[in-house]
Design a binder for this molecule. Structure first.
Ligand code: NAG
Length: 328
């Protein structure tokens, strides 16, 4: 018996589907060169920010870094000069001070790639956390990002028009910006907010060829992480067991590659990719291959998410059963 001609559909349908995805994904794929361009990085004196600054300098960008601590900025500048032979400009500014941010950006000259990487993280249950700590996280992580983008955007638009090359605004999110867990109320609020900012901003700046990226590093081996882990409530330690292992240099490499490819979500390891796929929602997507992965795994991802929730709720229940005295 001759095989049914319908069998031909089996290979043809996915190819047709991929073609449709290639046509509809938005924004359209783009390449954002960084060689010879001005990369401005906040939180740039240590950890991921310093690693991105060093890598950008090594790739031939003109680099400016902004951070609070003057002496740490000087150390960062020396370290980058030693590693790459390149001199970077440094700005000692608190991102909470919008006027100081605007002055630093004005002094630094028009920006091609703005990387809003500053962030603070103080895990604690909402009921115990002081309001000034909550405000500190929202002010640095969220308002600081608004201050930076507001100050940089007019110059970036002019510059993009002038030289005709696409530009980038990249925002450092976190796994706490993809899923909220015990002990992360204020932090996750500040990081989830960045996603709303990024999605809406991409609509507003796409006509100016500015691409917005959200970077999702997992726990990265930085000075900040050590302090953060020490402070974590016990239940948070159980739920958010550190996946660890990823270095600031790994995150920097993944971040710059994603920025150069104009990707909206930039996950930094396999776990980050799975979280990005699971939380794709209504986010923009410029890669038809990534879109295909999202669509074809959507229901299994939802099932996996429910399994995670089950294990987290179980952990919380067990902890309370074992520690009845710690309930107030
Ligand atoms: C600034 O950084 C230096 C070097 O890491 C450190 O010794 C100092 O305590 C920091 N100052 C502030 C105000 O955080």
């Amino acid at each position: 018996m001759a095989p049914s001609p319908y069998l031909l559909l089996i290979p043809i349908l996915p190819i047709f589907f991929l073609l449709v995805l290639a046509l509809i994904v938005r924004p359209r794929p783009s390449k954002i060169p960084i060689k010879g361009r001005h990369v401005f990085i906040t939180g740039g004196s240590s950890g991921i920010g310093l690693a991105i600054a060093r890598l950008s300098a090594a790739e031939g960008a003109r680099v400016s870094i902004l951070a609070r601590n003057h002496s740490r900025l000087d150390l960062a500048r020396d370290a980058i000069r030693l590693a790459t032979g390149v001199d970077v400009a440094v700005y000692s500014v608190d991102v909470r001070d919008s006027e100081a941010v605007a002055r630093a950006i004005e002094d630094s000259g028009p920006i091609d790639v703005l990387i809003c990487n500053q962030g603070v993280f103080l895990p604690q249950e909402l009921e115990k956390q002081e309001l000034d700590e909550i405000k500190f996280m929202v002010d640095v992580n969220l308002m600081g990002t608004f201050h930076l983008i507001k100050a940089a955007l007019p110059g970036m638009k002019l510059r993009t028009r002038e030289i005709g090359l696409p530009s980038s605004i990249a925002i450092m999110s976190s796994q706490g910006g993809q899923v909220g867990v015990y002990g992360y109320t204020a932090y996750s609020a500040s990081k989830f907010a960045l996603r709303g900012l990024a999605e809406a901003l991409q609509h507003e700046v796409i006509a100016d060829k500015i691409y917005v990226s959200l970077i999702f590093p997992s726990d990265t081996e930085t000075p900040g992480l050590v302090e953060e882990i020490r402070r974590r409530p016990e239940i948070t330690k159980i739920i958010a067991g550190s996946s660890g292992g990823i270095t600031a240099d790994d995150v920097a490499k993944k971040s710059l590659d994603g920025i150069k490819a104009g990707r909206f979500f930039i996950p930094c390891n396999f776990e980050g990719l799975m979280l990005a796929v699971a939380t794709a929602g209504l986010s923009p997507q410029s890669s038809f291959a990534a879109a295909f992965l999202e669509i074809s795994t959507a229901s299994i991802m939802r099932f996996a998410a429910l399994c995670f929730q089950w294990s987290w709720y179980s952990a919380i229940e067990n902890w309370h059963a074992k520690n009845p005295s710690k309930r107030n």
